[in-house]
Design a protein around this ligand. Structure first.
Ligand code: AMP
Length: 429
């Protein structure tokens, strides 16, 4: 099998690394890839937003299967483009990708199929309507820009002034462009979050190990939100009864709902859940794998990912056996100084070989550049030191041992990944 992976971050490095271990895989390309991905795949220059060019690339390369990492090409219809040309791809078509691309579409889907989610206060088309909606609410609220906003379009707050200034920035100043044309306002749910991801072929599905991620930049869940500073998975992260409930009340109704809506969803579907005192509730969908959750998930995979992905594109996922290494995994992200704001780049990275030599550890590159034999930092999130082990403590220790071997100027990482459950603090709590 010859596989093309679309994307160029830590998630795609983890996927390519796992695919490389499959005896069924003869060749892996990654478009565009990055310095670290070049160790396991041939990187080909590409712009993930140019879906027709990516389809042409897959044809030219003779890829049997294409796997899409980021949301942007999915939202732009890469799966439709491949389907038109009869090429196999793992990832939903444009219409279903709206589950991530539009918060309002997702909310309407959840209501239509009676899937638990936060109560809606308003779906606003204008700033005036949004101001009026929040004026009538006492207590914490959640404001969500409708469209894709690179993870910055959500505010949870109990302070009316903060809500008003968010409305002004999103809907009036259009800081996120058209993503802020509409605003969803909903109830703030209490509880602990969980990432639950399934792989589905449109008819059958398999669950991946559940994970938690850490979004805030500093220890103790302080500072601004980021793309993710770390993630972990552990046996017992949730009791089996709760997982059954998630499957019964959320996952199966969602997959049934997609088929009732005429969608054949083939790909990863990510459920961002809040585990509230009255049961699990959907905060968001992603139409792809999360980053850095993928790194933690892949570290525990004890099955052939290439076979599972091929079966997804063929509709035969029921024939695939999925097994997991018992225990736990941890991914600690190393970021550039200044991230998630303006950050430094171009700093030399040392210690990668020593880190990779630690048994049980793997270092996935999120944003590096290779020049000669030297790696340099190339984006905000740089590396994800990842480890799997029989216990969460052991996995955490191994991941941090790897982190300590790696040096670059201004390197920043959290020291409390997988020690404290993440909970977004609500101002005024
Ligand atoms: P979303 O992109 O919808 O997942 O929102 C980003 C983050 O905002 C989530 O991971 C939660 O931490 C928080 N959030 C979103 N919706 C809610 C809600 N209804 N109640 C509490 N927190 C929320």
């Amino acid at each position: 099998m010859k596989i093309l992976v679309v994307g160029g971050g830590g998630r795609e490095h983890a996927l390519a690394w796992k695919l490389r271990q499959s005896s069924a895989v003869a060749k892996i390309w990654c478009a565009p890839g990055n310095g670290g991905i070049a160790q396991v795949a041939e990187c080909v220059p590409a712009d993930p937003s140019r879906v027709a060019e990516l389809a042409e690339l897959a044809v030219r390369l003779g890829a049997d299967l294409t796997v899409v990492g980021p949301e942007q090409p999915l939202a732009m219809g890469i799966a439709d483009e491949f389907a038109r040309r009869g090429r196999r791809l793992v990832g939903p078509q444009r219409q279903a990708a709206q589950l991530e691309g539009s918060k309002i579409f997702a909310k309407q889907f959840l209501a239509r199929h009676e899937i638990p989610t936060a109560r809606v206060y308003g779906m606003c088309d204008s700033a005036a309507e949004a101001y009026k909606t929040i004026a009538a609410i006492d207590g914490p609220v959640v404001l969500k820009a409708d469209g894709l906003c690179a993870g910055k379009g959500v505010l949870v707050t109990a302070v009316p002034d903060e809500a008003r200034s968010f409305i002004a920035r999103v809907m009036q100043k259009r800081e996120f462009g058209d993503g802020g044309a509409r605003l969803l306002i909903e109830e703030a749910l209490p509880g602990q979050e969980l990432s639950y991801i399934v792989l589905t072929d449109g008819q059958h599905f398999v669950s991946l190990v559940p994970t938690r991620d850490h979004k805030r930049v500093f220890d103790g869940d302080q500072g601004p939100n980021t793309g993710g500073m770390g993630a972990y998975s552990t046996d017992g992260i949730i009791p089996p009864e709760l997982e059954d409930r998630i499957l019964q009340t959320i996952v199966r109704p969602t997959l049934r709902g997609l088929s009732q809506d005429g969608q054949v969803y083939q790909g990863f579907l990510y459920f961002g859940l809040m585990l509230t005192p009255s049961g699990p509730s959907v905060l968001e969908f992603n139409c792809r794998l999360g980053d850095p959750e993928t790194q933690a998930i892949v570290a525990r995979m004890d099955f052939d990912l290439a076979e599972a992905l091929a079966a997804t594109a063929e509709g035969t996922l029921n024939r695939v056996r999925v097994a997991w290494r018992p225990g736990a995994s941890v991914c600690v992200v190393m970021a550039s100084r200044g991230y998630p704001g303006n950050y430094e780049a171009g700093c030399e990275i040392t210690g990668l070989d020593e880190a990779a030599a630690i048994p049980g550890a793997a270092v996935f590159h999120a944003g590096t550049r290779l020049e000669g034999h030297t790696y340099y930092t190339h984006s905000g999130r740089v590396l994800g030191a990842t480890a799997a082990a029989p216990s969460l403590d052991a996995a955490r220790q191994t991941a941090y041992r790897a982190v300590e071997k790696i040096r670059f100027s201004g390197a920043h990482y959290r020291t409390d990944i997988a020690t404290s459950p993440e909970r977004a603090p609500v101002a005024g709590d």
